[in-house]
Design a protein around this ligand. Structure first.
Ligand SMILES: Nc1ncnc2c1ncn2[C@@H]1O[C@H](COP(=O)(O)OP(=O)(O)O)[C@@H](O)[C@H]1O
Ligand SMILES: [Mg+2]
Length: 212
């Protein structure tokens, strides 16, 4: 009698670990599927071939010559000719879907032109290393992203923090005053998406040129 009760208890205790094994197996399956998707992206090679020259001089002239770009089948932009020189303020105005973002995407080589070429200081942008090209251009997108790090790291944006440069950038963006009013100044920790900054403050902050 005693031993059969022990046996039944033992059988009862076996079920829980078996059930747990089942749920672990399904979690492993999820992880395998997710990592396959991640590695598929990581293994992709870019069609954009990097240049070899370093763009280390200031940009004084940007020229679009007969530039066209199509996504899949249809053209987003066709035969664009535009030249602008240092000191110009240019506004591209047009309907949503008119190709404004596409224009900027090509300048930064997120996409290469299908026809025509883009020149910076009379040199085809394809000749430059993408790293140096992107280093010379500050892009403020519609969607502001603030990293969960110190305010100074957000301004330095991946570069080593040089406090003087960070302050100079903040000053140029008219942001130094409010930053110095914060408890830890430029070392104030930002919450993800800048949750501890107001909307306007976020935008000003992200206007700071990161490549002084
Ligand atoms: N990555 C993409 N893949 C396919 N089509 C795109 C892509 N990006 C933009 N488009 C299309 O290209 C056209 C221009 O878009 P876009 O440059 O974003 O215009 P804008 O910035 O002026 O609103 C639109 O028709 C848009 O649907
Ligand atoms: Mg756009």
């Amino acid at each position: 009698m005693e031993s059969s009760r022990l046996f039944l208890t033992a059988v009862g205790l076996v079920f829980q670990p078996i059930r747990r094994l089942g749920s672990i197996y399904s979690k492993i399956q999820d992880a395998v599927a997710a990592s396959e998707r991640v590695f598929e992206i990581l293994d992709r090679t870019s069609k954009i071939i990097d240049g070899t020259k370093t763009l280390d001089e200031n940009i004084t002239k940007v020229e679009f010559k007969n530039v066209s770009l199509k996504y899949e089948q249809s053209y987003a932009l066709q035969n664009i000719n535009l030249t602008f020189n240092k000191g110009c303020n240019i506004a591209l105005v047009g309907d949503s879907g008119g190709g404004k973002s596409t224009f900027i995407n090509m300048l930064l080589r997120f996409y290469d032109t299908d026809a025509g070429s883009i020149f910076i200081n009379n040199q085809n942008i394809k000749d430059f290393t993408q790293e140096s090209l992107k280093h010379q251009i500050s892009l403020v997108s519609q969607r502001i992203y603030i990293f969960q790090d110190s305010l100074a790291s957000n301004v330095a944006y991946g570069q080593d923090i040089d406090e003087e440069k960070v302050k100079e950038a903040l000053k140029l963006a008219d942001a130094l005053d409010f930053v110095e009013d914060m408890d830890d100044g430029i070392h104030t920790m930002m919450e993800e998406f800048g949750a501890n900054l107001s909307g306007g403050t976020k935008t000003t902050h992200s206007h700071c040129p990161c490549n002084l």
